[in-house]
Design a protein around this ligand. Structure first.
Ligand code: PMP
Length: 405
């Protein structure tokens, strides 16, 4: 049975509208994806009938919400095949997940003179938290570079790892280049030297089956809103052996065991890292989004997204003066490009007038811009509800715009 894209599209109400008098073509999925009716309904059900702050009361509403929140954690655990729910922390998203590790792992394990390895293709969310921690602890960032086609130079890793290295933090899939990094191999190489690995999975979890036990990663961070759930909810997977040794990130309610003015003891995992009221309705919606996508055939979705990427790539290559950044053999559905003589913001604005939503700018990846010596890029990124017809309309629009300049 093939994937019925029109049936899938029917589940996403937002797609069925006109923008500037044209049918919306939504190609900004790497920034955020849209939500199916099933996720919206699940969240609404809790907002309309079942809302009660979790873990803190004996009443019906709070009990129902608590049960659904903890069930959602189990659905997320199963999704990434974590060994136990205690290793699945709800956060506000990938950014908070990485800040949590940079802060708490840093406090526990990083000292003056130590080194943290990150890659040149990281999103700012996997650079700045490490820099902030390094500044506090007197440690240093070391960068694993990529080649001009957007492939990490992983052979350099063995040289970059020294006896001062404390952690490797690397993206699964680049949000600017689309490169799918060989994270299993990176983890393996780092582990041979006893270096733990954090994987930024913001663009990986939406497109690939994640088995954290098989990968043996130490941390894996991802966001709900990039995989058909709401904003403000995400996950940090962490191995118990690290989480147990790391101090809490935020202090407040729920993360404590006993508070006195002289001393506070902390709650068990995962609550030690979930201070305050979490976005529990978002977590419940996140589980509904996971149910939604796992009910579809993942190999067919993958096949569909690969087809969209290769169709778009071969069409765009026909446009004279168009440069694609990132041509790794294994890419997710992301194409970043520029057209010579056309400012990316003009391109984005004019495409918007034709109902086509793309991203323009620095893509939260300044070092990638610097690598290619450009100020900005245009990025089109695809999701399961996009179609070949939309790719063709996009191509035609670009050809028309190119002719205008
Ligand atoms: N890492 C990558 C690779 C991303 O693409 C993004 C989002 N653009 C983030 C981290 C940050 O995710 P969030 O804004 O959901 O915290």
């Amino acid at each position: 049975m093939t994937l019925d894209i029109s049936k899938i599209r029917a589940d996403f109400p937002i797609l069925h509208q006109q923008v500037n008098g044209k049918p919306l073509i939504y190609f900004d999925n790497a920034a955020t994806t849209q939500r199916p009716q099933q996720v919206i309904d699940r969240e609404n059900e809790f907002s309309l009938k079942i809302n009660g702050n979790i873990h803190r009361a004996t009443h019906y509403l709070a009990n129902k919400t608590t049960e659904a929140y903890e069930n959602s954690r189990e659905i997320l655990r199963n999704f990434i095949n974590a060994a136990e729910t205690a290793e699945v922390l709800f956060t506000h998203g990938t950014t908070e997940s990485i800040n949590l590790v940079a802060h708490s792992f840093g406090e526990a394990f990083i000292n003056a003179g130590d080194e943290v390895i990150i890659s040149e293709m990281e999103h700012h969310a996997n650079i700045v938290p490490w820099q902030m921690m390094c500044a506090r602890r007197g440690a240093k960032i070391v960068v694993l570079p990529f080649s001009n086609d957007g492939i990490l130079k992983i052979n350099l890793l063995d040289q970059l790892i020294t006896d001062k290295t404390r952690i490797l933090a690397v993206t699964h899939v680049s949000n600017s280049l689309g490169t799918v990094n060989p994270i299993a191999e990176l983890i393996n190489r780092a582990h041979l030297k006893n270096i733990p690995v954090l994987v930024d999975g913001a663009q990986g979890a939406p497109h690939y089956t994640i088995d954290v036990q098989k990968l043996d990663c130490d941390f894996y961070a991802f966001s709900g809103h990039k995989m058909y759930a709401s904003t403000g909810i995400g996950v940090l997977y962490g191995k118990r052996k690290w989480l147990d040794q790391m101090p809490p990130f935020l202090g407040g309610g729920e993360m404590i065991d006993k508070v006195t003015f002289s001393k506070t003891t902390y709650n068990e995992l995962p609550y030690k890292f979930e201070a305050g009221t979490p976005h529990y309705i978002g977590a419940i919606g996140f589980a509904a989004a996971i149910d939604y996508s796992t009910n579809l055939d993942s190999s067919q979705i993958h096949h569909h997204e690969c087809n969209l990427l290769s169709h778009a790539t071969s069409l765009l290559k026909n446009i004279e003066g168009l440069t694609i950044y990132g041509e790794a053999p294994e890419k997710a559905g992301v194409i970043s490009f520029n057209i010579a003589g056309v400012h990316p913001f003009d391109l984005g604005t004019l495409l918007n007038q034709m109902g086509i939503a793309v991203r323009t700018g620095r893509l939260c990846a300044d070092p990638v811009m610097d690598h290619f010596g450009v100020e900005n890029m245009v990025r089109a990124s695809f999701a399961l509800y996009n179609t070949s017809e939309e790719i063709e309309a996009f191509y035609t629009a670009l050809v028309r715009l190119k002719a205008m300049f």
